[in-house]
Ligand binder design. Structure first.
Ligand SMILES: *Cc1c(COP(=O)(O)O)cnc(C)c1O
Length: 369
């Protein structure tokens, strides 16, 4: 592994900021429980580093998407309560149980498979019930809930831990979907005996106390994404993404920059070429739109972002700040995650989960307390 000094691009991950984001949300919703969603390698930031920090910050219940992610998390957190959103693919029930993972049961079929599995083991194991109130992806439809609860024998053979649903428009407090889904969830969950109920992910947490139920399950907000788009971000930034300056040139005559010659220079311009590209997750869609920073000075991207290189305008930046070997913030204090996401026409979630394997990852530790 390269050292930080030799690295072309550096991703600094602030574990203390992640711990503070967890505690902020936990305090906000208490006495409801704050769980943590750590799917997709903790949103690209590294499950092995992030999961223990969340546990030390007080988190007891974790959600992942897949069996494989659950097994990986179990190696880091032997005692944690781990839940799997996508549930057990038929035939993998035993593996779920072997690793002490709680699957979401997302359909009547999945419930049946789980019950047959329990029958072979002659025991009842905890499982979650996911109710679809408007996403139409996974989960029981309201009519499935009616069918389930009318089958007393089937219900008697279930040990339901979490009953949950997922909001489609939580990032838009004005959407009527939020209230509709809340009402539908209320109606369904009142029919189901479960230990805990929850509907809010990160954005849902900010819709009001009635969305908190017994637990919230935030992901993006832990990692610094703004759960309240359009309003100031209440969360701390957790990443800084820096790339090294490789070369600087002055263009005095008209000339074009980059693939497709999409950017034409018609006046004297200083161009710095930095060692980052779409292979690192610096998405090509942000070509000609993203803004980098050198110290507190803005340096806009010129022309297309390529696989390994990006060109930026450093015309107005002092000479001593633009020496080859110097570092440029492509995501940093002045150009946070969500700004870059907007420039690439996407959301912070996609930026985080596509941060490339070539980045040198550097962790700032969480304070022990
Ligand atoms: C990913 C996911 C979450 C977390 O969502 P955030 O918006 O990142 O807080 C919660 N619940 C389900 C079902 C999910 O798939």
């Amino acid at each position: 592994m390269s050292s930080m000094d030799e690295s072309s691009a550096i991703l600094t991950i602030d574990l203390e900021a992640i711990a503070q984001n967890y505690r902020y949300l936990a305090d906000r919703v208490a006495p409801a429980e704050c769980c943590a969603v750590v799917k997709a390698d903790a949103y690209g930031l590294g499950l092995a580093a992030v999961a223990p920090v969340l546990r030390d910050a007080g988190c007891e219940t974790f959600f992942v998407a897949t069996l494989e992610e659950g097994i990986a998390l179990r190696t880091h957190l032997a005692d944690a309560d781990i839940h799997v959103f996508n549930g057990a693919i038929a035939g993998t029930e035993a593996k779920m149980a072997e690793h002490g993972l709680t699957p979401a049961l997302n359909s009547l079929d999945a419930i049946q498979h789980w019950q047959s599995f329990q029958h072979t083991r002659d025991e009842v194991l905890p499982a979650d019930i996911h109710i679809d109130t408007g996403m139409s992806r996974l989960g029981l439809m309201p009519e499935d809930v009616s069918a389930l609860v009318s089958d007393k024998a089937a219900m008697g053979k279930l040990d339901i831990d979490c009953v949950f649903s997922h909001l489609a428009c939580a990032d838009d407090p004005a959407s009527p979907m939020n209230r509709q889904q809340l009402n539908e969830f209320e109606a369904c969950r009142s029919l189901i005996q479960a230990r805990r109920a929850g509907i809010a992910a990160a954005s849902g947490t900010f819709l009001g106390d009635e969305f908190h139920f017994d637990f919230i399950r935030p992901g993006i907000a832990l990692y610094g994404g703004n759960p309240t788009p359009g309003n100031p971000n209440p969360m701390r930034q957790t990443i800084r993404f820096q790339a090294r300056i490789l070369q600087v040139r002055t263009l005095d005559a008209p000339r074009t920059v980059g693939y497709g010659a999409t950017h034409a220079v018609n006046q004297p311009t200083k161009v710095a070429t930095i060692a980052v590209g779409y292979a690192d997750g610096y998405l090509r869609a942000a070509s000609g739109r993203a803004i980098t920073y050198i110290g507190d000075q803005a340096a806009p991207v010129l022309g297309r972002i390529s696989m390994d290189l990006t060109t930026i305008d450093v015309t107005n930046i002092p000479e001593d700040l633009i020496q080859p070997g110097g570092l440029v913030d492509v995501i940093g204090p002045h150009n946070p995650l969500d700004d870059f996401a907007a420039a690439a026409d996407t959301i912070g979630y996609e930026i985080l989960t596509r941060l490339g394997p070539r980045l040198h990852r550097h962790y700032l530790p969480a304070e022990s307390r």
